[in-house]
Every structure is written in structure tokens, then in C-alpha cells.
Design a protein around this ligand. Structure first.
Ligand code: NDP
Length: 332
């Protein structure tokens, strides 16, 4: 039975690419109608991700006008025309990953929607799903991390970074992290990084990583910064090692001549989470595993701040200004 929903809602609309000035908070957007295969969710907590800034600026092209945001947690209020999808019903508390999250209501594909276990506190699912699944799939699929591996994690106090530190520690890897301030360095250490390097200040970054690893280098680098660290990554990775470049917070990595890989037979990957959780089975498997990590391994889900949705420009400014650690949430 469908719960009654209003005709209009608040949300953040972007009509053209640009700076934070293109983020328009509106209170009269139409509430979407769920189509075939969709459920309509009333969002309680919305996750902010760095990728939202790429769609805002146009680094990643997307059709405009657009409601940004790719994940939220809330309650199902109605189902698409065909009714039953994976047993979902109005009233279910769910977390989902798709587009159009910066709003009170979103029509989302049921296939990318998951029931939140009752043991998970409000806000934690929205704070976990995209960044947590990114970290989990990176350490399982981009490079299958083994106990004892040396791993370099850039931006280790960021959203994905803190997940990587904790998950890597849980699987027995040895983490060298990077961050830009002493507060961030302390936080990453508390979350599992064994060594931390301030990459804004360290003059001999390569020498430092080599020194920590007894001259060998690291088995794998997880680099979300892109342009700034990529050349270092190729140097500090061990022979036959793996460089996983999965983000662009400092700008996009320039084109790479593949002939450069032969010097050490290294692998370079540029993965997206979406392609690791493409099927319902993949999404369910990793989401269930992530919630298990949170509840059984008592992972710390750090929430930097919960902003009112109308303060979206402040949230983007803080994220792009390197002023945050862990997760930024929005409350509609
Ligand atoms: P973060 O919380 O990690 O925020 C970005 C951090 O990057 C900053 O806090 C900062 O940490 C660091 N940074 C380094 N250089 C810069 C710079 N020039 N400008 C701004 N920040 C910089 O964000 P997320 O966890 O949301 O995302 C991290 C990255 O992972 C993003 O690049 C994102 O696109 C990517 N990502 C990719 C996915 C995929 O599927 N491939 C999925 C999810 C995320 P510090 O101050 O310590 O340097």
C-alpha cells in the first residue's frame, strides 16, 4: 500500500556546470514518480562524495539540469508499477546508490537498494555505503590484498581513506598513509595506518616510503588524488606491483604511455565502484559484507559533519578545501 506523498519537495538543482554558485536549493521541485523497477524513497540522510563535485564542475560530464548526489538512506514510501521487487515494501528502511540524492524524495532502482540491518544506527548506512564499498571492492578486486602486504593509501584521513585504513588493518596488511595536516595524520593512525607521511611537507616522499619498506617499495598504491601523486606512485611501487588510481581530487592523471610499465612489470588500474557492483548479486554480496564489517569488526564510521541540505554550498566548499575528514552527510 502506497503512503501518501506531497507533490513538491526541497532539493538541490544544478542547471549548468560551475563552482558552488550553481548549487540551487529549491523548495518547489516535483516529487518523482517511481517508474518500472524503481522504489520511491523519502531520504533521511544523504551522503556527500567527492564525485558530486566532478559532476558539478563538469570534470565528469552529465546531462543538466540535474539533482546531484549518489547515495542516501531513508524509508520506502511507494513502489513502481509492477509492485514486488526483491520483496521491498513501503515502510522498509533502506540505503541506496543511484542518482538524484540531494532531495527529500528520490525514485531509485530497486536493484541498487538494500535493507538496512536493524543493528545499524540512523545515518551510518548513508555514511558507509559508497565510500565503504569503494574501499572493500578496491582491496578485493582491484588488488587482492594479502596479509603482510605493504600498502600505500593516499588521503588516508578522507572518506574512502579511513575505510581503506580500517579494512586493510582488518585483513592484516601494513598501511602507509598520506595526509596534509597533523590532525589528519593522527586520525588515520587511530584508524589503522601504521606509518603516516605528510605529503604536503615531506621533501623526500619516495625515500621515506622506500625506507619504511626496507628499500622494497609497496605492493599496491591506492591513489584517490590523481595528478599530484601519480608519478610518485610509479616509483614507490614494488616490481610486479599494482597502482590503483581511483580518483582526481588534485586533478586528472595525464595520459600514460604503457611502455613505462615494463620497467618493473607493474599493473596500473583505473577502476570505478559501479563496475564492481554492477549486478544485484555483486551489490548484495559486498553490501552484506560491509555491514558485517561494521557490526562484527566494530568499524568506526567517522562522520565529519551533518549539514542541513540547504547548506550544500558549504559542504562542497569544505570538501574541496581539504577541510574535512571522514564522511559529510546532508539532512533534508
Ligand atoms: P575525501 O574525503 O577523500 O576528500 C578528498 C581529500 O583528498 C581531501 O580531504 C584531501 O586530503 C585530499 N586531497 C589531496 N589533494 C587534494 C586537492 N588538490 N584538493 C582537494 N583535496 C585533495 O573524498 P572522498 O572519500 O569522497 O573521495 C576520495 C576520492 O576517491 C575522490 O577523488 C573520489 O572521486 C574518489 N572515489 C572514486 C570512486 C571510484 O569508483 N573510482 C568511488 C569513490 C570515491 P588531505 O588534506 O589529507 O590531502
Amino acid at each position: 500500500m502506497a503512503t501518501s506523498v506531497p507533490k513538491t519537495m526541497s532539493g538541490v538543482l544544478v542547471e549548468k556546470t560551475g563552482g558552488i554558485e550553481v548549487l540551487q536549493y529549491k523548495t518547489d521541485l516535483p516529487v518523482p514518480t517511481p517508474k518500472e523497477g524503481q522504489v520511491l524513497v523519502k531520504n533521511d540522510f544523504i551522503g556527500v562524495n567527492y564525485i558530486d563535485t566532478y559532476f558539478r564542475t563538469g570534470l565528469y560530464p552529465s546531462p543538466k539540469p540535474e539533482i546531484l548526489g549518489r547515495e542516501a538512506e531513508g524509508t520506502i514510501v511507494s513502489l513502481g508499477p509492477s509492485g514486488d521487487m526483491y520483496g521491498f515494501k513501503p515502510g522498509d528502511r533502506v540505503v541506496w546508490m543511484a542518482g538524484g540524492a540531494y532531495a527529500e524524495y528520490t525514485a531509485v532502482p530497486a536493484v541498487k537498494t538494500h535493507i538496512v540491518p536493524s543493528s545499524i544506527e540512523p545515518g551510518i548506512a548513508a555514511a558507509s555505503i559508497l565510500q565503504g564499498l569503494t574501499a572493500l571492492t578496491l582491496i578485493r578486486e582491484a588488488y587482492l590484498v594479502q596479509k603482510g602486504d605493504w600498502v600505500l593509501v593516499h588521503a588516508a584521513a578522507g572518506g574512502v581513506g579511513l575505510w581503506l585504513c580500517q579494512l586493510l588493518k582488518a585483513v592484516g596488511a601494513r598501511v602507509i598513509g598520506t595526509a596534509s595536516t597533523s590532525e589528519k595524520i593522527e586520525l588515520a593512525k587511530k584508524n589503522g595506518a601504521e606509518f603516516m607521511i605528510n605529503y604536503k611537507e615531506e621533501k623526500d616522499f619516495v625515500g621515506k616510503v622506500k625506507g619504511i619498506t626496507g628499500g622494497e617499495g609497496v605492493a599496491v598504491v591506492f591513489d584517490s588524488t590523481g595528478k599530484d601523486q601519480f608519478e610518485n606512485d610509479l616509483v614507490v611501487v614494488v616490481r610486479k606491483g599494482t597502482v590503483v588510481s581511483y580518483g582526481n581530487s588534485s586533478g586528472a592523471v595525464p595520459p600514460l604511455a604503457i611502455s613505462r610499465l615494463s620497467a618493473k612489470n607493474i599493473k596500473v588500474l583505473r577502476p570505478t565502484l559501479f563496475n564492481y557492483i554492477y549486478t544485484r548479486e555483486e551489490f548484495e554480496k559486498y553490501t552484506a559484507e560491509l555491514f558485517d564489517f561494521i557490526t562484527k569488526d566494530k568499524l568506526n564510521v567517522r562522520i565529519h559533519h551533518t549539514y542541513p541540505l540547504k547548506d550544500i554550498a558549504k559542504a562542497h566548499t569544505d570538501l574541496e578545501g581539504r577541510a574535512t575528514t571522514g564522511k559529510l552527510l546532508l539532512k533534508p
